[in-house]
Design a protein around this ligand. Structure first.
Ligand SMILES: Nc1nc2c(c(=O)[nH]1)N[C@H]1C(S)=C(S)[C@@H](COP(=O)(O)O)O[C@H]1N2
Ligand SMILES: [Mo]
Length: 221
């Protein structure tokens, strides 16, 4: 059925959101933004946005963003390049260790999240630079953002400035409130407690966190 959402999710407007501690961090992207690629790899290196996005065909994708706190923004129009295409370039130039099964994305605000490499190579995982036909704003992840619609929002790192190949899972700042894989269909909301538990806890926090990110938007830069 079109418009059907994964278990425990309800539709909501798309607003800047994230971990509460990043609500007050105003990271500004600028020209000459570089992405450091390394971790357990033979040739760690830095890349410009054009270099990374030049690795594949540009595509547009309409997909939903499912935050673990149970809101979903539906039908977002992203534009970018498949991470799988970028990975092919990186495999050649950076040469990740064959045992590096995980990939960590870090944002300019210091937020990071780690995906199973196989999950990140799925056909619907993009590195996006545009949303709704326009350049991304800083708040929505400029200059480059990970779009992984089958995984909770916490895997969709905004303002990507580092990509690291790892031999083991790094829980990052979301710790046990995130899940190593975070698949929305399986309701992998958190690492320790079942999805239905978080489904009840999280909605009570949404307005408070939204307010943190809204306040930041109106603050002088
Ligand atoms: N850099 C960065 N990326 C981030 C976060 C963050 O705090 N910092 N929060 C994540 C979470 S929890 C969600 S739900 C989405 C929210 O995306 P939006 O701002 O487009 O709504 O961003 C994700 N990516
Ligand atoms: Mo989230």
């Amino acid at each position: 059925m079109p418009g059907e959402l994964p278990p425990g999710q309800r539709p909501a407007p798309h607003e800047p959101f994230g971990l509460p501690q990043f609500g007050g961090v105003r990271a500004l992207s600028g020209p000459g933004h570089r992405v450091s690629v390394g971790g357990t790899a033979r040739h760690p290196a830095q890349f410009g946005i054009e270099e990374l996005l030049g690795a594949g065909e540009r595509r547009t994708q309409s997909s939903d963003l499912h935050c673990v706190t149970t809101w979903s923004a539906v039908g977002l129009e992203w534009e970018g390049v498949r991470f799988a295409d970028v990975y092919r370039l990186l495999a050649e130039l950076v040469v990740p260790h064959p045992g590096a099964r995980w990939v960590r994305f870090t944002g300019l605000d210091g937020y990071s999240s780690t995906m199973l490499l196989d999950d990140a190579l799925a056909a619907d995982v993009l590195l996006a630079d545009r949303l709704s036909g326009a350049e991304l704003t800083d708040r929505f992840g400029a200059p480059l953002r990970l779009v992984a619609p089958a995984h909770y929002g916490y895997k969709n790192v905004k303002q990507v400035c580092a990509i690291d190949f790892l031999r083991s899972y790094d829980p990052g700042q979301a710790r046990i409130i995130s899940h190593p894989r975070g698949r929305v269909d399986l309701e992998e909301r958190g690492r320790l407690l079942p999805g239905w538990f978080w489904r009840r806890v999280w909605p009570g926090q949404v307005e408070r966190v939204r307010a943190l990110f809204r306040a930041d938007l109106s603050a002088p830069r």
